[in-house]
Design a protein around this ligand. Structure first.
Ligand SMILES: [Zn+2]
Ligand SMILES: [Zn+2]
Length: 355
């Protein structure tokens, strides 16, 4: 076994909007844990919010804190009682650790663990409420780790987290062969959802958005584009479906107006997945539309039980995540990476810190 140091370099959020690169202790292992040498960790839109302190008190509970929750690496130390992993295994990590005993956890819905909002360690959301992976090492319960085949790089591995969210959304809406799917918001999750919808049998995928990401959507499999800088989202989607509407819409923009558009662009009996977050905004829409047209709406949170299948889809080339990694930075330049991502420099989709 390689020598494991006692300290590691980490990006420590010392104060709001103030990240320092520091030497901190390598995390200690509890029984059932694995120590992973982080290979790469992506910067998520949520990281940009966490660092400003908008969720202070819960994400993170207190400062200083190490963020980072979209990552992959190499198993370095196997903790007590862990089976199924070996030192040197390449892995991607989930964030949600459910308590394992509440009714939702027992049903496999550990993303909705019933003790998540109580204090204590039974439930953890790594990178949000528990230490993340903008660091050389991270300790995680073995149950949160999934092996990555050699064909999937660590940079690609950082997209598994969001990719699995997309897969969870696809499952929630039960996309079927022949479905017409609308994706509103061609950001990272939207561009993954386009590919997943095609992979599970949707025949027509319409993407509504603006800017260079629209063309990327086409490259990644979108059949029709609606440029919302010139065309109304709902009208655009309806005119591409003979006025009927899509079977299913994925709201991936997190904007109140696109939530409304997602409801109004599906056909009678259609389905809507809310994948984006508006940031606690209230959205006004006509609920009769839901009732009289029996439109089903699905909330989508995280990625329960979705990592293995998503990893297989990436390894098989069914989902291209390479094009979604826009830039790679070393840990020392993380603040610069945060700023460039916040400003969407050059239309970047995902920034990745590589170790
Ligand atoms: Zn994230
Ligand atoms: Zn639970």
């Amino acid at each position: 076994m390689e020598h494991i140091p006692t300290t590691m370099r980490a990006a420590v959020t010392r104060d709001w909007n103030d990240i320092h690169i520091e030497d901190v202790p390598v995390p200690a292992l509890e029984p059932g844990d694995v120590l992973v040498q982080v290979g790469a960790c992506g910067i998520c839109g949520t990281d940009l919010k966490i660092v400003t302190g908008v969720y202070k008190g819960s994400w993170p509970p207190s400062l200083p804190f190490i963020q980072g929750h979209e990552w992959a690496g190499t198993v370095a130390v196997i903790g007590e009682g862990v089976t199924g992993f070996q030192v040197g295994d390449r892995v991607a990590a989930e964030n949600h650790k459910g308590c394992g005993t509440c009714a939702n956890c027992r049903r496999g819905r550990y993303n909705l663990c019933e003790v998540a909002r109580s204090k204590g360690k039974a439930y953890q959301l790594y990178g949000h409420s528990a230490q993340g992976a903008f660091a050389e090492y991270a300790a995680r319960p073995a149950a949160l780790l999934h092996k990555l085949p050699d064909a999937v790089s660590f940079e690609e591995g950082t997209i598994v987290n969001q990719g699995a969210l997309g897969l969870h959304a696809i499952r929630r809406c039960r996309i079927e062969h022949g479905d017409t799917v609308a994706v509103i918001g061609p950001g990272l999750i939207g561009l993954i959802t386009v590919q997943l919808a095609k992979a599970v049998g949707a025949t027509r995928v319409i993407v509504a958005g603006r800017g260079p990401r629209l063309e990327l959507a086409r490259e990644l499999g979108a059949d029709y584009l609606v440029d919302i800088s010139t065309t109304d989202t709902v009208e655009g989607i309806r005119s591409l479906t003979n006025g009927i509407g899509a079977d299913c819409a994925f709201e991936c923009a997190g904007a109140p107006e696109s939530v409304v558009a997602s409801i109004n662009c599906v056909k009678r009996g259609g389905r809507v997945a809310l994948v984006g977050l508006t940031g606690n905004k209230n959205v006004a829409f006509n609920t009769d539309r839901l009732a009289l047209d029996e439109v089903d709406m699905f909330g989508v949170r995280s990625s329960p039980n979705a990592y293995p299948e998503l990893i297989n889809l990436i390894a098989a080339g069914k989902v291209n995540v390479r094009k979604l990694v826009s830039r790679i930075y070393p840990l020392e330049r993380i603040t610069e990476a945060f700023e460039a991502f916040r400003d969407r420099e050059g239309g970047v989709i995902r920034m990745v810190i590589k170790f």
